[in-house]
Design a protein around this ligand. Structure first.
Ligand SMILES: Nc1ncnc2c1ncn2[C@@H]1O[C@H](COP(=O)(O)OP(=O)(O)OP(=O)(O)O)[C@@H](O)[C@H]1O
Ligand SMILES: [Mg+2]
Length: 261
């Protein structure tokens, strides 16, 4: 049975797209059949990460609109990235008019889209043999993100330790996750690197984090200059398999697979 994992946050820029794309790449390189979806219709970014503009036959926007077939919106990246398992990616249309059009969709359209997301999960399994679906979302409670969260078997909330992020996560947890009874976990990203230098500072960090969030914690990942300095947008985990960021995400991927059971 296919498992769906959504990567969400309360505010922007916490690292969702980086984490979603690299977890998908890691799982595919370990032999899983993976589909990664860009549900950030407000500001798509996966097309840039995968440098796939010329390869796209159709957009996820059109699938949700009932105007495209799943086979035409899932782009097979397996050969390009030489992964052991298959890696499909569904892209959101980054053209200005397409982004505006998605922003105008009403509640009724979004309810239909939710049914399509549910159907998509089954179709991915039946037609393409996908085992794990990773959904990158927009921050906050936009309809597309809510649809992703509602359809997911587990939702990861990526948060920094900024006060605004922490309070945003709490609000979202009580207003969105609790009513839907969603399995949720927190991934703290971009933690201050100096908190990782000694065992004592790591303990302090863990205490600080556990005091902030009521959901289970899946990882605390520091801010790495190597990521900021990476020359081009790419799949960091595939370029740097021995980097601590990649090790951390490998561990996260393993835990998420178990949690989604
Ligand atoms: N642990 C990290 N260390 C260093 N840089 C990071 C880390 N995590 C994310 N970043 C960088 O932070 C920036 C924002 O990341 P990303 O685009 O993945 O965030 P996002 O949550 O998807 O943003 P948005 O809400 O706008 O979609 C990127 O430049 C990314 O490379
Ligand atoms: Mg993003």
């Amino acid at each position: 049975m296919v498992k769906m994992i959504s990567i969400h946050s309360s505010r922007g820029g916490t690292g969702k797209s980086l984490i979603a794309s690299n977890i998908a790449a890691i799982l595919a390189s370990e032999g899983r059949n993976v589909a990664l979806m860009d549900f950030d219709f407000r500001a798509p970014s996966l097309l840039t990460v995968f440098q796939a503009r010329n390869a796209v036959r159709n957009w996820l926007n059109n699938y949700l609109d009932g105007k495209a077939k799943l086979e035409d919106v899932m782009n097979d990246m397996t050969e390009k990235y030489k992964t052991k398992g298959t890696l499909y990616v569904g892209f959101a249309n980054p053209d200005m008019e397409a982004m505006r059009e998605m922003a105008r969709k009403d509640r009724k359209w979004q309810m239909r889209a939710l049914r399509r997301v549910m159907a998509m999960k089954q179709e991915l399994d039946d037609k393409l043999g996908v085992e794990i679906v990773i959904i990158d979302t927009s921050p906050g409670v936009q309809y597309a993100s809510v649809n992703a969260v509602v359809s997911a078997d587990i939702s990861v909330i990526v948060s920094s330790l900024d006060q605004l992020d922490i309070e945003g996560v709490e609000r979202m947890a009580s207003d969105l996750y609790k009513p839907f009874e969603k399995k949720t976990c927190i991934l703290v990203n971009k933690a201050r690197p100096h908190m990782f230098v000694s065992e004592e500072s790591k303990r302090n960090l863990l205490d600080e984090v556990s005091g902030h969030f009521s959901q289970p914690l899946v990882a605390i990942i520091p801010c790495y200059c190597d990521i900021l300095l990476a020359q081009r947008v790419s799949l960091f985990a595939l370029d740097r398999p021995e980097h601590p960021f990649t090790w951390a995400l490998r561990e996260v991927a393993k835990r998420l697979e178990t949690l989604a059971e």
